[in-house]
Design a protein. Structure first.
Length: 197
């Protein structure tokens, strides 16, 4: 089970020109369809005078949620080559927007495909690519006398402690890399009085 994925840390910008047509590209980190849509709307407003604002996005660590848009360019000449760059770099949680200012000379379908691919590649090349882990949350409750046993396991496995409350009945919410969830649960289940939520 692969529990890591690659994405970008911040917005980056690229540029490409071909036969006087200018292609301005942006790679934007996004985590939802809503985030992607609002970023696309922002670029459409910013470049209201551009001929085309084409885009593609990929979401989720499984990399199964994606959309492409040619925005009036011939079918599959813009969105698909942009998505192709996302795929060849194995990225997710990313939106790439390519703004085209038409230069007066037709590029043809193969020329357009190559230009959108190059513009998307330029934005990715300018980005800081980060590897992140797929994390899961484990919530537990236990009696106070067993706090030391729980904390020993937490210290060994080093999950992120999201929330904790220590009374007679203690509760903790932990986040840990997906591949380590079972190991953490097995360790914790040996502690007397432990309950998983």
């Amino acid at each position: 089970m692969d529990d890591s994925y690659k994405t970008i840390g911040a917005v980056s910008e690229g540029y490409y020109s071909e036969k006087r047509s200018r292609f301005i590209s942006y790679a934007v980190p996004v985590q939802s369809v809503e985030e992607a849509k609002s970023a696309i709307d922002r670029y459409r407003k910013q470049y209201f005078d551009a001929r085309h604002v084409c885009w593609a996005y990929m979401l989720g660590c499984e990399r199964t949620a994606y959309r492409v848009n040619d925005d009036g360019e011939p079918s599959s000449t813009a969105g698909k080559p942009i998505l192709g760059q996302i795929n060849s770099n194995e990225l997710t949680d990313i939106l790439i927007v390519v703004v085209r200012y038409f230069g007066g000379i037709e590029l043809g379908t193969s020329g357009l495909t190559a230009a959108y691919r190059a513009a998307a590649a330029a934005a990715i090349a300018a980005a800081t690519i980060e590897e992140r882990t797929v994390d899961e949350t484990v919530a537990i409750a236990f009696e106070y006398p067993h706090l030391n046993s729980v904390m020993r396991i937490v210290k060994d496995m080093q999950p992120q402690v999201i929330a904790q409350q220590f009374d007679m009945n203690c509760e903790m919410t932990l986040r840990i890399r997906k591949s380590l969830v079972e190991q953490l649960k097995n360790g914790l289940s040996k502690v007397e009085s432990i309950r998983f939520h």
